[in-house]
Design a protein around this ligand. Sequence first.
Ligand code: NDP
Length: 309
Amino acid sequence: MTSHTHPVKLSRTFKTKSGDELSIGTGTGTKWKKDSKLDEINQELVDQILLAIKLGYRHIDTAEVYNTQAEVGEAIKQSGIPREQLWITTKYNPGWNDIKASSASPQESIDKALKQLGTDYIDLYLIHQPFFTEENTHGYSLIDTWKVLIEAKKQGKIREIGVSNFAIKHLEALKEVSEPEFYPVVNQIESHPFLQDQSKNITKYSQENNILVEAFSPLTPASRLDANPLTEYLEELSKKYNKSLGQLLLRYTLQRGILPITTSAKENRIKESLDVFDFELTKEEFDKITEIGNANPHRVFFHEAFKDL
Ligand code: NDP
């Protein structure tokens, strides 16, 4: 896996149990999310994860709410790759609006994840978002939930604990009730040139506080929007570096010190997404992408929730 290890200065790094450095993640949400009432395994997704593993991915991102933990478990089993060489992230679902949490408690959610993933430990467990009500979570506040994660880490069920879609005030609230060794270590947020900060100053704050920022939807300018103010410039860079728009966006994310999570059903894209360690955007190119991005803000997820954050 030499191509993974080209140095990119992330704000913080992690290792799998076998000692390999954590690289770009393959997502099983968005495209693959399945109805929570569906129990059957989605064989197409199992095959996709197997393909991603075969092509070099070792970092898989799932969540209780995607209902894809069982597929990840099945793919791990079939892959023949030793568990300790893989990095599995999953997330507690606290519910959303009038939809209740998937599990009766965070403990139950963790134990279900272990069972569905067919593993006795999770590398990284996140609180999926901070917008919960005790009615949805069957009585668990954000702080109660964090304390459950700390306990699970102490018990060895989870190696690292973190969060997703957290603004500064939510991170501060957790720090107030935790010993430093149990501060959140990851904040997974929407991040791409058109959304430099999911909430005010979150990237800088996270990075300064030794929290690794993971980007979801990093390819938004290429995948979710038609021709846009970045397209022409990215196409110019694509010719210069002989890299696709997707690769340029992943490289841009890495150069911000952020670790991308990306998704594709296409073999060539899965493969090329790991091939982003042999070139570097110049400072001028990096700054120009940032400048165009800042001038054209676009958010994909959680519009209402971040209105005042
Ligand atoms: P991406 O930005 O990677 O978008 C993926 C989409 O982009 C796919 O539909 C893919 O389609 C398309 N795509 C891939 N490569 C290219 C390319 N070169 N040009 C154009 N389109 C391309 O990330 P996601 O939005 O999927 O997010 C990644 C993961 O992050 C999710 O799967 C999930 O695990 C996680 N996530 C977490 C959230 C959270 O709240 N914590 C919220 C949302 C996502 P195709 O298959 O056709 O290649």
